[in-house]
Write a new protein. Structure first.
Length: 149
């Protein structure tokens, strides 16, 4: 007769190994979930970083475009100022030439001999200047801007 083998040691081993096996399987399952969560978190961080880099590049480009626009505006303003200054200079030169053509000093006013003669010459020049200014403003003298219109 064959001797029956006892299953007690196997059951005892199963009772000891089963919780250990469950713990190991649980550990690996948790580790897998944690790794997946970490990968998702890293992918999310990478996407946020890429978005931030794109946004930073957009901001840098916008700032560069603003600097270019400001430089162009400054250059245009400077050029306009130069044109206006040149036109004012040309207008002043035309006015000066018109004054020299308009004013004729009376005889003897190029070399004063007395104070009375000096006063008379200065009064004559001032009177002529007022008349010139009036005619210039009215456009009655060639070269004035009103004369051209």
């Amino acid at each position: 007769m064959a001797r029956r083998r006892s299953i007690v040691p196997e059951l005892l081993m199963l009772k000891i190994l089963a919780p250990l096996l469950i713990a190991v399987v649980g550990y690996y399952a948790v580790m897998h979930v944690v790794q997946d969560a970490a990968k998702q978190q890293m992918a999310s961080i990478e996407a946020i970083n890429q978005h931030a880099q794109i946004e930073q590049a957009r901001i840098v480009e916008a700032a560069r475009q603003n600097r270019i626009a400001a430089a162009r505006a400054t250059q245009a303003a400077n050029e306009a100022y130069i044109r206006e200054a040149r036109l004012r200079g040309e207008a002043e030169q035309a006015r000066q030439q018109a004054w020299y053509a308009f004013y004729q000093a009376p005889p003897g006013c190029d070399n004063w001999r007395t104070d009375t003669q000096m006063v008379a010459c200065v009064d004559h020049k001032n009177s002529a200047k007022r008349e010139f200014d009036r005619k210039w403003a009215a456009g009655e003298i060639k070269g004035s801007s009103a004369y051209l219109q």
